[in-house]
Every structure is written in structure tokens, then in C-alpha cells.
Design a protein around this ligand. Structure first.
Ligand SMILES: [Ca+2]
Length: 220
């Protein structure tokens, strides 16, 4: 019995790093949290209220014919393998605009290298719904896997390549521009979450606690 207990304890320790959960979350309630904007856009602005809820970030388009994105902070760099098959979610709002709707650009990019022309995976060209008009917010949630994302040129990615490159993610970009003219967009509640802990691991954990209790009560 004792040996079985030690085996279970060892198994739990071995499994712990695999399922330990360090989600990436930005609620912008106390600042821009290191987020920036990139492309033809004014500097990022932080608003302390009016978000979904609390604070949020926004930026004004320069309207010079390029696209602009919100870009994650350097603290989000690193090994994202724990987020494979997990989810990316975020809220967007359209604050001001002039011009026509234009959706022909990636909604999300996950970079794994420094080559901006090539080293990223893309999601959502012409498939994301346009953001709601402020003060309403639109929420988006996508799965982080090789079937959701494509190569920059739109061709499919094989799972092994995608999963391998998730071990060295450099940044996440979320498109802030949905209008052919000028527009102002807000972003709130960006979350990158790992797959929830499987039921089997919970069962193992509760079984272990049960064993400890039983051992203390000298039932076993
Ligand atoms: Ca917020």
C-alpha cells in the first residue's frame, strides 16, 4: 500500500508542470500593461474607465492606407506550448470611424520569429465579425491550434510545425482596423488560456487526497 501511495505522489509531481496553469491575461484596469500599437496609427492611449468593464486601451488610425494592430508586451514572449488547443479571447469596440468597412486583413497574428514578412501564423482574414459600436463590445474566442491558424500566405500549417513553433512565441498581434478610412478602436480582456485540467487528473488528485486521509485514519 505504501509503495502505491508513493507511486501516486510521484505521478502527481510529474504531471504537475504539464498542467500547471499560468494564463496570460490583460484587463487594462490599471494601465496599458505594456501593450503597444504598430502600423499606421497614433500612439496607444489608456482609458481608466469605459471598458468591458474597467480600463481599456485604444488607438486612432493614421489612415495612410496600411493596417494597424495592437501588440502584446515582451512579457508574453516565450513557450506557448501549454496553450496549444487552449483559447485566445479578446473584446473589441469601434469608437469612431469614417469610410467603408474593410476586413481583408488578418485579425490575429502569432509571431514565432523576428521576420515580420514571414514568421507568423494568421487567423481571420474576412472571417471576423466587425466590432460593435462603442459603448458596446464584441467578444471573440478562438482555439490556438493548427486548424484555426494558417501560414501568412493562407496555406494550411501541419500540426507538428505549428506546435513546435509555439515553443518560442515572440508576440501576439490583434488587428485594430476595420475601416478603409480612419477609425478608432478599443481593446479589452485579452486572455490566452491553457486547456482546462482534464477530469482524469482531478480524479487522480482527489484519489490522492483520499489516500492521505485514509492513511491518517489508518483505514488502509
Ligand atoms: Ca478592462
Amino acid at each position: 500500500m505504501k509503495r502505491f501511495f508513493y507511486m501516486l505522489a510521484l505521478l502527481s509531481v510529474l504531471l504537475w508542470p504539464v498542467y500547471s496553469n499560468a494564463d496570460l491575461v490583460s484587463t487594462f484596469d490599471s494601465g496599458a500593461e505594456g501593450w503597444t500599437v504598430t502600423g499606421d496609427v497614433h500612439p496607444i492611449e489608456w482609458e481608466s474607465s469605459g471598458g468591458n468593464p474597467g480600463g481599456y486601451i485604444k488607438a486612432v488610425d493614421d489612415a495612410t492606407g496600411q493596417w494597424w494592430f495592437f501588440a502584446s508586451p515582451s512579457t508574453w514572449q516565450g513557450d506557448w506550448t501549454q496553450y496549444i488547443n487552449g483559447t485566445l479571447s479578446f473584446d473589441l469596440t469601434l469608437i469612431q470611424h469614417y469610410g467603408n468597412w474593410d476586413n481583408n486583413q488578418d485579425a490575429v497574428r502569432i509571431y514565432y520569429g523576428s521576420n515580420q514578412a514571414q514568421d507568423f501564423y494568421a487567423w481571420g482574414k474576412n472571417i471576423i465579425n466587425y466590432p460593435a459600436q462603442y459603448p458596446s463590445w464584441s467578444s471573440y474566442e478562438i482555439t490556438i491550434d493548427s486548424t484555426t491558424f494558417t501560414n501568412p500566405d493562407g496555406t494550411p500549417i501541419d500540426a507538428a510545425t505549428f506546435n513546435s513553433n509555439m515553443s518560442h512565441v515572440t508576440k501576439l498581434w490583434i488587428r485594430g482596423e476595420y475601416i478603409s478610412g480612419g477609425d478608432t478602436e478599443g481593446l479589452d480582456n485579452v486572455q490566452v488560456r491553457a486547456v482546462p485540467i482534464p477530469g482524469a487528473v482531478w480524479l487522480l488528485g482527489s484519489g490522492l487526497i483520499g489516500l492521505v486521509v485514509a492513511n491518517k485514519k489508518r483505514i488502509l
